[in-house]
Design a binder for this molecule. Structure first.
Ligand code: AHM
Ligand code: MG
Length: 319
């Protein structure tokens, strides 16, 4: 069903089997609560440091913690969900649901440096099959090709939900009048040929020199424009609609990459590929990467396939 303006629930009834639809609907319900918290900003509670560090050694913001709790609690009530894994938790959490056919990996609030400053942030999620692996983190270690659905919520001027399902990318926008998610983009295809780069150029000196040289030449001589919000959701959302590339490559300070495979790079790469783009780590296709750790990181270069190729071809281990 592609009628513009239909609700997420009505769309899911056509697009997904009822069990998977219930998982997506529960992620959406929790994310709408997160959206309301984000919209309230300081009025939703103090947004300072929570005084705890997550498994990555990064300081958590209170909204990160609240968002994580909302998703974990909301998803724990769905008997179809066996377990969740979150950027904010050391290990996967198993709910003891005998009928749980799905695993959900998520970054509850990505773009944490932008929480306090009223810039777009969001929730990224990946739905995987439960499979036969024993209960534990290992069950989540599946390549991105195994994802049944990937998506993100963007909390910006508009709250949007972008979903990759059945090879198609769709967008819902939150109606400010009745708090419902309504279909606004039934089939997003990334434009090609847009000369735009989204990357933290201050890291360029730490990139592989061949990549740095290519990007510098594109900007100096190729007419490329640089855009960088610092929230992957915002940067990739712009890219989906306007084209270009997004990159957070391996660098000498973070040789294993910054962005996490399971709940950042895999879902965003599924969305980019389903919209017609390409997503690689710098050494291979992201969706083929076999993760070996729940919080594993990688490099990410994604977007317009021709520009991605131009960026990676000079690399020693192209891909
Ligand atoms: P986070 O999960 O701690 O928020 O980190 C991920 C974010 C991405 O959204 C964004 O692309 C990147 O980190 C920005 O990193 P930097 O501040 O190094 O430019
Ligand atoms: Mg993140």
């Amino acid at each position: 069903m592609t009628a513009l303006g239909i609700s997420l629930d009505a769309w899911l009834a056509e697009a997904a089997d009822p069990e998977l639809a219930s998982v997506i609907a529960d992620i959406a319900a929790a994310s709408l609560e997160i959206s309301a918290l984000v919209r309230g900003g300081d009025l939703s509670g103090p947004l300072g440091e929570a005084g705890a560090s997550n498994v990555q050694g990064e300081t958590q913001k209170k909204l990160d913690v609240l968002s994580n709790d909302l998703l974990r609690d909301g998803l724990s009530r769905n008997p179809r969900i066996a377990a969740i894994a979150s950027e904010e938790e050391d290990h996967s959490a198993w709910f003891g649901h005998a009928d749980g056919r799905y695993l959900v990996a998520f970054d509850p609030l990505d773009g944490s440096s932008n929480i306090d400053v009223n810039v777009t942030i969001g929730t990224i999620f990946s739905i995987l099959p439960r499979g036969d692996a024993p209960e534990g983190d290992g069950a989540f270690l599946q390549p991105g090709t195994a994802q049944l659905c990937a998506g993100y919520f963007g909390y910006g001027p508009q709250t949007v939900l972008v979903l990759a399902l059945n090879g198609r990318v769709v967008q819902f926008t939150l109606s400010p009048t009745d708090n419902r998610l309504l279909l606004t983009h039934p089939d997003i295809r990334m434009p090609t040929g847009t000369r735009m780069i989204g990357g933290n150029i201050s890291n360029m000196r730490r990139w592989d020199p061949a990549l740095g040289d290519t990007v510098a030449t594109m900007m100096a001589e190729g007419g490329y424009n640089q855009r960088w919000v610092g929230s992957m959701i915002a940067d990739i959302h712009r890219m989906l609609h306007q084209g270009g590339v997004f990159l957070y490559p391996f660098d000498s300070r973070q040789p294993k990459g910054k962005l996490r495979v399971l709940y950042e790079c895999s879902p965003m790469s599924a969305i980019v590929e389903s919209a017609g783009g390409k997503a690689v780590s710098g050494t291979g296709r992201i969706l083929d990467l076999q993760p070996t750790g729940l919080h594993q990181r990688t490099g990410l270069i994604c977007g317009d396939a021709a520009i991605v190729d131009a960026l990676i071809n000079p690399l020693p281990a192209a891909g």
